[in-house]
Ligand binder design. Structure first.
Ligand code: ADP
Ligand code: MG
Length: 708
C-alpha cells in the first residue's frame, strides 16, 4: 500500500518528498499498527494521517480540539480536491445532520470532529454505520491530565472505538509530550509504546534571540517598520499591556489586531479572522491567543515580556514559520519582568508547585543570560542533549564588538546614590544630562556633583544606558507606586573599581526576509483569490510555494506542477492566474532574478568557534571556586558556567567533576540510570529530588558513570 503514498503526496499536495518522520508514521499506520507520532509544530503531522486516509477505503475520523483549526484544515483539503468536512458546535442542527448523512454515504475521505461530540450517544450510533479505517487523534496530549491542556472529553475516544463494529487503527499526534504524557496517551488509546515515532524538537528554520538593555518600544517599532509586509505575533503579559501596545501601534498607523480573554467573543473572533486573512499584519495578544492557529506564514513571534516558563515560550514562539521558511523568535528581556512573574507565582494559590514554578522561571532567566546557543539551551531543557550549536540564533551569530563603559557606569551609579536611591530612571537621566526640568531644580539636584556630567549625551540615550545597567543587574528596581532605582551589590563593586563593564553595540534591527517585487505581486494575486473564496490566503498557497514560484518562474502547466505545494487540483484551479501574473511580470522585468533564499535545509550547523571564555571558567574551577562563585565573579549565568565546564570536558580537558555532585546523590543517580537508562535525561530527572539539576545529571551520565 505504501507505494501509493509518494504519488499521492505529489499529485494532491504538490510536495516532492516526505519530511523526517512522515514516512515511518505512514508505514506504521498502513502496516496496521496503532501509532503515536511526536513531531514539533510545523513538522508536518497532518500528512501522516491525510495520506493514509487517501489510501485506505472509508472515512478517516480526525479528532481535533479546536474549532478554528478544523475549518482551516478542511478548507485546505477541499482546496486540493480531497473530500472532507467537519462537524462541531459551529454548525446548525440541520447542517450537522446533512453532513452526518453524507458521511454515512461515504462521501468524505476525512471527517473532522470535536471531541465533545463523542459524549452524544446518538452520534456514536451514527459512527457505527460508517466505514472507519483510521482514527487520528490530533493534539493527543489533551487526553492526559499531566499535559498542559487536559480535555476530559478526549477520554471518550477509546470508549467510542470499543463500540465500533470494526476496530479502526489509531494514530495519535502531538508536538509536546513529556514521557509521562506519552505513556498516558499510549495506555489510554491502546498503543504499543514501541510504535512511537519521534523526531527531534529542533526547528531548523527558526532563529531565536534575546534582546536586553534596549528600549523595548523603540526596538519594536523599528522592527515592525523593517518587517511591515510580514505577519507576526507580539505576546504581552497582561490584558492591559496588550491594550496599551495595541493603541501605541495604531498611533503609528500599523495594521494591528488584538486578542485577550477580556474581550467579547465576537470581537475576539473578528480580530483573529483579520489576522488569519492577512488583513491585519500584526497580532498583539496575551498567551490566550494561538492554540489551534494554523496560519503558516507567521514570520516572527516577539515576546514583549518574559514568559513564565520554557514550555509556554517554545510553544508560543513555535507558531512562527510553520511553512518551513526562515522566521524569527525574539524575546525582549528586562529584569523587572522577573519580579512581576515572581509576584504572580507568589500570588497563585497552589503552594505545593511554587518552588517548581520558581525553578522554571529561573531557567527562563538563565536562557536570557546564556552566551551559548539558544536553540541548544531549549533542546537541552526538553531533554535533548546530543546537539550542536544551531549557527542561526542571536548568540551564534553575534559579531558585535564590546566596548568598555566602566567610567560611564560609575557616573550613573554614583548619581543614583547621590540622589538617595529614591528616584526613577527618567529623572536620573535628566540629572545626568543637566536638564533644567522643574522637578530637577525643585529637588535641588542641580547642586549634585553628578549633575550634567553626561551632558554631551541625550536624556533618551542615557535612559537607554540605565536600562542596560538594569539588565546587567548593576542597578536594581524597587517596585512601588513609582519604580525607583538603587545600586546593587554588584554595582557597588563597579563603583569600587573592582570590575569592568562592557557593552555590546546596539543590535541592528534586521528584516526577516528580503523584499522581492514578484513575491509581492504573487502575494496580491493570492490575496484577491482568497478574498473571493473567503478563505485565508495561506490556504490557497503557502509563502513557501510563492517563493518557489519566484525561483522557478513557471510559464507552462508542466513547469507550474514542479513548484513545491502545487498539486493537480491547484494547478487546475489557479495555474492560469499565477502563470499569467508571472509572465506579465517577467515581460516587464526581463532581468529579474529572485534573491529570496531557499528553504533552510535541516543540516547541522558547523560548530561555532569557541572563544576563550570557557578556559577562563576552567581556570577558576581548578582554583577550587564553586560554580556559583565563578558565576558571580564572572557575571555569567550559572548555566553558562556549567556549559563552559561541559564544553571543556568535550574538548578533552581535565575537569574535576567529582566536586560538582554532592556525594549523597550518587547512589540515587545510579539507581535512576538503572531504571530508565541513559538515553534521555528527562525521565532520569523525574525520578530524582528536585535539587538534582540537569547539569548534575549530565555530568553523571556523560562523565562519572562512564569511568566506573
Ligand atoms: P504540524 O501539524 O506538525 O504542526 P502541519 O501538518 O500543519 O504541521 O504542516 C506544516 C506545514 O508543512 C504545512 O504548511 C504543510 O503543508 C507543510 N508540509 C508538510 N509536509 C510537507 C512535505 N513533505 N514537504 C513540504 N511541505 C510539507
Ligand atoms: Mg497540526
Amino acid at each position: 500500500m505504501f507505494e501509493q503514498a509518494l504519488p499521492l503526496l505529489e499529485s494532491y499536495f504538490g510536495y516532492h518528498s516526505f519530511r523526517n518522520g512522515q514516512e515511518q508514521a505512514i508505514r506504521s499506520v498502513l502496516g496496521g499498527r496503532n501509532t503515536i507520532c511526536v513531531m514539533p509544530t510545523g513538522g508536518g503531522k497532518s500528512i501522516c494521517y491525510q495520506i493514509p486516509a487517501l489510501i485506505l477505503s472509508g472515512t478517516t475520523i480526525v479528532i481535533s480540539p479546536l474549532i478554528s483549526l478544523m475549518k482551516d484544515q478542511v478548507d485546505a483539503l477541499v482546496q486540493i480536491g480531497v473530500p472532507a468536512a467537519f462537524i462541531n458546535s459551529s454548525l446548525s442542527y440541520n447542517e450537522a445532520n446533512e453532513r452526518i448523512d453524507a458521511a454515512k454515504q461515504g462521501k468524505y475521505k476525512l471527517l473532522y470532529i470535536a471531541p465533545e461530540r463523542l459524549e452524544s450517544p446518538d452520534f456514536i450510533e451514527d459512527l457505527k454505520s460508517m466505514d472507519i479505517p483510521l482514527i487520528a487523534v490530533d493534539e493527543a496530549h489533551c487526553i492526559s491530565q499531566w499535559g498542559h491542556d487536559f480535555r476530559p472529553s478526549y477520554r471518550h475516544i477509546q470508549y467510542m472505538i470499543d463500540g465500533l463494529p470494526q476496530r479502526p487503527k489509531v494514530l495519535a499526534l502531538t508536538a509536546t509530550a513529556t514521557p509521562r504524557v506519552r505513556e498516558d496517551i499510549c495506555r489510554l488509546l491502546d498503543i504499543d509504546e514501541r510504535n512511537t515515532i519521534i523526531t527531534g524538537f529542533e526547528r531548523v528554520n527558526l532563529s531565536f534571540s534575546v534582546i536586553k538593555g534596549q528600549d523595548r518600544v523603540k526596538f519594536l517599532l523599528e522592527y515592525l517598520k523593517q518587517n511591515e509586509k510580514e505577519a507576526g505575533i507580539i505576546y504581552a503579559a497582561t490584558r492591559k499591556n496588550v491594550d496599551q501596545l495595541y493603541e501605541r501601534l495604531r498611533k503609528e498607523h500599523i495594521n494591528v489586531a488584538r486578542y485577550h480573554a477580556g474581550m467579547g467573543d465576537v470581537e475576539r473572533a473578528q480580530e483573529q479572522e483579520r489576522f488569519l486573512e492577512d488583513k491585519a499584519s500584526v497580532m498583539v495578544a496575551t498567551s490566550a491567543f494561538g492554540m489551534g492557529i494554523d496560519k503558516s506564514n507567521i514570520r516572527y513571534v516577539l515576546h514583549f515580556q518574559l514568559p513564565k516558563n520554557m514550555e509556554s515560550y517554545y510553544q508560543e514562539a513555535g507558531r512562527a514559520g510553520r511553512d518551513g521558511l526562515k522566521s524569527e523568535c525574539i524575546l525582549l528581556y528586562s529584569p523587572q519582568d522577573v519580579q512581576i512573574q515572581r509576584f504572580l507565582i507568589d500570588q497563585s494559590s497552589d503552594r505545593s508547585r511554587m518552588s517548581q514554578e520558581l525553578e522554571k522561571l529561573q531557567q527562563m532567566v538563565d536562557y536570557c543570560h546564556t552566551e551559548n546557543c539558544l536553540q541548544e539551551f531549549i533542546l537541552a531543557y526538553f531533554g535533548e542533549t546530543d546537539t550542536e550549536p544551531c549557527g542561526r540564533c542571536g548568540n551564534c551569530t553575534d559579531s558585535r564588538t564590546r566596548i568598555e563603559v566602566t567610567r560611564e557606569t560609575q557616573m550613573v551609579l554614583s548619581c543614583v546614590i547621590r540622589m538617595g536611591q529614591r528616584f526613577g530612571k527618567n529623572i536620573t537621566a535628566q540629572v545626568l544630562t543637566g536638564s533644567k526640568n522643574k522637578k530637577v531644580t525643585e529637588m535641588g539636584f542641580e547642586r549634585l556633583t553628578t549633575y550634567g556630567i553626561m551632558k554631551e549625551k541625550g536624556a533618551k540615550e542615557v535612559s537607554d544606558f540605565i536600562e542596560f545597567l538594569i539588565s546587567q543587574e548593576l542597578i536594581g528596581i524597587e517596585q512601588g507606586q513609582f519604580p525607583t532605582l538603587y545600586v546593587t551589590p554588584k554595582g557597588k563593586d563597579i563603583l569600587l573599581g573592582k570590575e569592568q563593564v562592557y557593552r555590546r553595540e546596539t543590535l541592528q534591527v534586521k528584516q526577516v526576509s528580503k523584499n522581492d517585487p514578484l513575491f509581492e505581486a504573487l502575494r496580491d494575486v493570492r490575496k484577491r483569490i482568497a478574498d473571493e473564496e473567503k478563505v485565508p490566503p495561506f490556504v490557497i498557497f503557502s509563502d513557501a510555494a510563492l517563493k518557489d514560484m519566484c525561483a522557478k518562474l513557471p510559464k507552462t502547466n508542466e513547469e507550474f506542477l514542479q513548484v513545491s505545494g502545487v498539486g493537480e487540483h491547484k494547478l487546475q484551479k489557479y495555474g492560469l492566474e499565477f502563470i499569467q501574473a508571472i509572465r506579465t511580470f517577467c515581460e516587464e522585468h526581463p532581468d529579474y532574478k529572485s534573491e529570496l533564499e531557499d528553504e533552510p535545509v535541516p543540516k547541522k550547523a558547523a560548530k561555532k568557534e569557541a572563544g576563550d571564555s570557557h578556559l577562563e571558567t576552567l581556570k577558576l574551577h581548578q582554583s577550587q571556586l564553586s560554580i556559583a562563585d565563578i558565576a558571580e565573579r564572572r557575571e555569567l549565568a550559572i548555566s553558562t558556567v556549567e556549559n563552559h565546564l561541559l564544553q571543556c570536558a568535550q574538548l578533552g580537558m581535565e575537569v574535576d567533576f567529582n566536586r560538582l555532585i554532592p556525594d549523597e546523590y550518587i547512589p540515587l543517580l545510579e539507581n535512576a540510570l538503572s531504571e530508565v537508562g541513559r538515553d534521555r535525561l528527562k525521565p532520569i530527572k523525574e525520578l530524582l529530588p528536585e535539587e538534582v539539576s540537569y547539569f548534575m545529571i549530565k555530568v553523571y551520565v556523560y562523565y562519572i558513570s562512564k569511568k566506573k
